[in-house]
Design a protein around this ligand. Sequence first.
Ligand SMILES: [Zn+2]
Length: 436
Amino acid sequence: MVNENEVFKWISDLCGFGYRRPGTEADQRTQEYLVKMLKEFGLDEVWLEPIEFGMWDPKTVELRLSDGFVLDCEPLQYSKFTEPEGVEGEMVYIEDGTKISEYDIEGKIPVVDIRYGELSIDFLRIFSEWIYDPGNTLSTYKQPATWINEMERMVYEEAKKQDALGIVLIYPFNMRPYILSPEADPYNGRYGAVAGVVLTKNQGESLKRRLGNGVKEARLVQAGEIIKTTTSNVLAEVKGDGDKYIVMGSHHDSMWEGGTEDASGTAVILGAAKYFAKHHKDVKHSIVFLFDAAEQIDVMGSKAFIDRHKEDILKDMLVEIHMEHIAKETLVEDGEIIVTDELQPRAIFVSKKEELFNLVKRMIVKHDMRRTIMLPTDTPLGVPTDATKFAEAGYPLISFISAPLYWNTDWDTVDKVPIDEVVRTIGFAVDLARNL
Ligand SMILES: [Zn+2]
């Protein structure tokens, strides 16, 4: 199949392009790279499907306190742009964001500590169909679920309701996160009604110290514009003798270097494409390899693929196999984040069909895909992956994912990816397709 050196090279090449944010030069280079690789594998049918959207482009982002101190901050993506001089007002510190409605924040700037709930395996067990965990390594596992953004949403909604000047969110870790405004609408180039910035834990402490010392006001600047541009899904096809399609996908965008998310998943689909380019007789049906764009901004790429192909490929699709995020385990110990040599636990969402359940179970055991929790697609958890739109539209799917807590932050670097495990996952994905 493919070896570790090759997989490592793909992942480092992708990470080396810079932050693969939709509409940027790094995004462009990523698409060109994927086309080049797919053609080198010997695939004849390789093409791009462009998606027009409005890129939210902040030129100046600044939080300056009235004592002159300037904090290093990230923008709250697709939140409101201010005038170049910004907005100036009184800050209100809110330690517990769930109580924000008890504060008067009209015409002010709430400063909120963001907290995330802990997700335990015991909780997932309630909904799981099956867990493959040789050695029982998962029984005590839990971690902050940084992808469940209830508090961000609550704070944003209240700030909008009370007509706050802007919001300042403090992230609970020393990482720079990419947080999207709940009102983001990149497809239509629209953004939210409230301006916002995000601080790392350290910058947040610094702000709180100054608030404690009597500094009251701040100026928040977030000036920029929406730029009409395009990103593209990258596709390739291997023709089979049967009349059905298998779609194998992952997303090629990332808001940061994105070793785990999602150079790792992209490498799995590249590996599968390389295999089937040479062994197309191994599979009965045609395979479409889908490297979709802009997962991180409202799953635009997979949405566009569904819109474009519901009358052809999707009409005859047996199953969509989606592969994302292979990572080393991260844990929080005494407030510190550590990366271990274990594997980040993973979930595999599978549509409720007896034959799919059985096939996935068989392949998980065969390839020793440890620490995998199998979940049907119709639980209250939904399918919180890049395949979410396929699930909503009722297409059969197998969606594999893990979610380290540094998800969508600048911590997501190539060294967090267990390359041997990516190689194993390629074997798993190929075998799934071969057995359909
Ligand atoms: Zn992803």
